[in-house]
Write a protein that binds this ligand. Structure first.
Ligand SMILES: Nc1ncnc2c1ncn2[C@@H]1O[C@H](COP(=O)(O)OP(=O)(O)OP(=O)(O)O)[C@@H](O)[C@H]1O
Ligand SMILES: [Zn+2]
Length: 823
């Protein structure tokens, strides 16, 4: 086995073969990180994906060094990563970037430092002039990058020189990012072993310390914390130094004296950065309906099929998950529970930490890199048996995965859009389960049409929960016609008197309310009353959003910010006004209208800080907030006992969307929102402010009729060749020049039509938002029949048309990307 295929962090969609040096033969395994030379002078970190004997056609370079003792990626993960890259038509390097925490990431910044055993005096090698130059430099400077060495020597080809230094064990290469992960240490103290002889030596110590009461105080406080009289083993762990010093009447100098006198010894232990949970047991019994659903699930599992749990909101799906996870833990295997939203993670983690204690690991994007590396390692070493996380948790190094649960499996935030890979975490989880021979359960009150279709054609098995837990009823629905309200002057701004009245009543009854609005920020936009001018982003085709707290206009696409203009830049009038309303404005308005209420907001802006979302949810749960205003974050799976009112302010905005999934989405969103109210003893109310009460989706909602929605949608999808009957691939063409973007998309479209036929290559068009970060976008839609096609080979063919495009000089800077199964 002399060759290794490597994944390199370069935007080239293939692996590279390198030779394995003699000293690494037999040691190197797939999943190891290695250092290699790439091109003339680049040094890169790479991941070994395969090891073999077949000599490549091109001249190979040799691997320079290995970074880890043990592989950091498992063989199954590699397989999975390649599947994601293939299926979602993205580079394997991009998948790796999405998959591994940046503390383990591949980087191009490798450096050298003196070898730890190297000693200038005692070494026996002779060094060349250039080698000596480097070594002398390293006497004063801790490390040197490849660039610095090239400058120092005044030549480009430095690799041979470095290699020779490595062979002489004078220097070593290190990955500057490798050291990014620093374990955290804690200083602790304990009694030295001498005093473990309690009866004589410790008693003696007390006598000695009579004269120094401060020191005696330290020893006594220690013994209070660590009762070695009861159990002498407790001394081994000692206590954190900080904990003793934080006590009243303890002086640092007394403690230090005692350490000098060898009464105490100080030692360090590695501690976890990730917050630990204390295990409390909480028992619950499944209801008869839940027992039946669980039986159905186990039955589906026994047929090695994916199981869809279709259970109404508040039916207790989570309790079934917990029950299944408990059984999985007893079998000493790993379980992965993925959720669409970190807001929800916080709540479920609270429910699960009571039950699973330290066996529970949590993985989401708000964690910093050190924490993510720590979780990665703990999953690899099977210290965690349950992992709860958002979509990227599917990339963790499971070795013993036996159950995957995808909660709220219909949710569109399982799909990643930018940066690539544009993968869907819920769909990919099914493939992950196959690779691990693991069971997989998808749960939702509103499965996607595609998911339910899979049940219908027998690909998935079905389990159902049709009633809420303990006879809870679904909230009553009230439609508030805003047109009528306006005519009858029964509104204050955007708020109907009826809704405000209901909020007031709820407040008096000491119950909580949720208010939904799909727009964050203050007012969606600013507009001139004279000429209708609307401030737009300079680099994207969208209007700027007004943020009150920073008194600025901001682009939600590229982050561009500017000050509020006082006069209209177009006509000079000073009649610039705010139009529409976002969550921030609603918060402000309601605080004025209901001054006695405690009001908070939950959206992307209010949860920027790591634990903010947890704090807000906790505080709502504890009854410290009366009204919580939020974006779709509040619609997903949250479980509050005391919420009896849910209101939607601008329902029409949800209904009218130029997308074939618009009705399905609206039905899902309203059903989920309604489901947040009346989950425990209180009866729930669902208020919808809208202009068009007669919309078809509202009819379905009134009868809570998922199946009608499903069959209606299915008919439409069949008629217009949409999923689940066809698979969609979107090809995105981008260029700084609008004309080039357009002509490149026409060129590519023609290529694709020749390749696939005009029934599959549908057309090219400008998307709704046709410019982002100054790149003009055109899209080509491809529809592929679900059956009878070899998808992988078709996708390769689609990709190969890129080659023809790039042969045209004028298109050489065009950027092409793909979105497979766009949503
Ligand atoms: N067997 C049970 N014993 C005690 N409480 C239960 C049981 N089953 C469900 N509950 C309670 O009922 C409430 C709703 O359950 P849960 O949150 O699991 O619903 P869900 O099906 O996940 O709903 P959604 O689809 O809205 O997220 C929770 O507060 C839960 O603790
Ligand atoms: Zn912008």
């Amino acid at each position: 086995m002399r060759f290794a295929d490597l994944i390199l962090p370069v935007p080239i969609p293939r692996t590279f073969t390198y030779e394995i040096p003699f000293e690494l033969e037999g040691r190197l395994m797939p999943g190891h990180r290695v250092i290699v030379e790439f091109g003339k002078s680049k040094i890169l970190t790479a991941i070994v994906s395969d090891i073999h004997n077949s000599i490549p056609k091109y001249e190979t370079k040799t691997i320079l060094d290995i970074l880890d003792e043990k592989p950091i990626i498992t063989p199954l993960q590699l397989k999975f990563f390649f599947w994601v890259a293939d299926y979602y038509m993205s580079n394997i390097g991009d998948v790796l970037n999405a998959a591994i925490p940046s503390g383990l990431k591949l980087s191009s910044e490798s450096k050298i430092q003196l070898h730890q055993n190297f000693d200038f005096e005692s070494n026996t090698f002779t060094f060349t002039e250039r080698e000596t130059l480097i070594l002398n430099q390293l006497k004063t400077k801790e490390d040197l990058s490849y660039n610095e060495i090239q400058k120092l020597l005044g030549i480009k080809a430095i690799h041979k020189i470095i290699k020779s230094l490595i062979n002489k064990e004078a220097v070593q290469i290190f990955e500057s990012l490798k050291d990014k992960y620093k374990p955290k240490f804690e200083k602790r103290i304990r009694l030295t072993s001498h005093y473990m002889d309690v009866e004589t030596n410790l008693e003696e110590l007390f006598d000695q310390l009579e004269k120094t009461p401060k020191q005696l105080q330290v020893v006594l406080s220690y013994l209070q914390k660590v009762p070695i009289f009861k159990d002498s083993d407790l001394n081994n762990e000692g206590v954190p130094r900080k904990e003793i010093l934080n006590l009243k009447d303890i002086s640092t100098s007394s403690l230090n004296t005692l350490i000098k006198k060898k009464v105490f010894e100080q030692f360090e232990v590695q501690v976890d950065r990730v917050r630990k949970y204390i295990k409390k047991t909480k028992d619950f019994q499944l209801s008869p309906a839940q027992e039946i659903a669980k039986e159905q699930i186990l039955n589906v599992f026994s047929q090695n099929k994916t199981c869809l749990l279709h259970g109404v909101t508040g039916s207790g799906k989570t309790e079934i998950y917990i029950n299944l996870i408990q059984e999985a833990i007893q079998n000493e295997s790993q379980t992965l529970l993925i959720l669409p939203e970190i807001a929800l993670t916080a709540q479920i983690v609270n429910r699960l930490k009571d039950i699973f204690g330290e066996k529970l690991g949590v993985y989401h994007s708000k964690y910093n890199d050190h924490e993510r590396v720590e979780i990665w390692r703990k999953v690899l070493e099977e210290e965690y048996s349950v992992i709860i996380g958002v979509r990227s948790a599917i990339f963790l190094p499971f070795t013993n995965l036996n159950l995957i649960i995808v909660d709220e499996c219909h949710d569109s935030s399982y799909k990643q859009f930018d940066p690539p890979p544009r993968y869907n975490g819920a769909d990919s989880a099914i493939v992950l389960a196959k690779l691990h021979h693991s069971k997989i359960l998808l749960g939702s009150a509103t499965p996607s049409v595609e998911q339910y279709y899979n049940v219908q054609i027998g690909n998935y098995g079905l389990a159902t929960l049709q009633e809420r837990y303990s006879d809870g009823k679904l909230p009553e629905m009230t439609f508030i016609n805003m047109k009528d309200c306006r005519n009858k002057k029964k509104v204050t701004g955007e708020y109907s008197n009826e809704l405000i009245g209901a909020l007031k009543l709820n407040l008096q009854n000491n119950q909580q309310s949720l208010l939904f609005q799909n727009k964050r920020g203050y007012s969606p936009y600013l507009a001139c009353d004279e000429c209708n001018y609307i401030p737009m982003c300079n680099s994207c085709d969208v209007n700027l959003v007004y943020y009150k707290h920073s008194n600025s206009l901001k682009c939600n696409y590229c982050g561009y910010m500017e000050n509020i203009p006082h006069t209209c830049p177009n006509c000079g009038s000073n009649r610039i006004k705010l139009v529409g309303y976002g969550t921030e404005k609603i918060e402000e308005d309601l605080k004025l209208m209901l001054p006695e209420a405690r009001i908070e907001r939950l959206d992307q802006d209010s949860t920027k800080n790591k634990y903010n979302h947890e704090k807000i949810i906790q505080s709502f749960e504890n009854g410290n907030i009366d009204i919580l205003i939020g974006t779709q974050m509040i619609s997903k799976g949250l479980d509050f006992d005391n919420v009896s009112l849910v209101g939607v302010l601008d329902a029409d905005r949800i209904l009218y969307n130029p997308d074939f999934r618009a009705n399905e989405r609206a039905f899902q969103l309203f059903t989920q929102l309604r489901g947040r109210a009346g989950r425990k003893s209180v009866h729930g109310q669902f208020y919808i402010q809208c202009f068009n009460e007669n919309h078809h989706v509202f009819d379905l909602l009134k009868s809570d009729d998922y199946m009608s929605m499903y069959y209606n949608e299915l008919k439409e999808r069949q008629k217009f060749d949409y999923p689940p009957f066809y698979r969609l691939v979107k090809v995105m063409v981008k260029d700084r020049d609008k004309n080039i973007s357009r002509s490149a998309s026409i060129f590519l479209y023609n290529e694709l039509r020749n390749l696939l036929g005009s029934k599959r290559a549908i057309g090219y068009f400008e998307p709704l938002i046709s410019r982002v970060r100054n790149m003009y976008i055109h899209e080509i839609t491809i529809k592929l029949e679900r059956n009878g096609l070899n998808m992988s080979s078709i996708k390769n063919k689609i990709k190969s048309t890129e080659g023809n495009l790039y042969k045209q000089r004028e298109f050489s800077r065009v950027r092409i990307s793909y979105d497979v199964d766009p949503i």
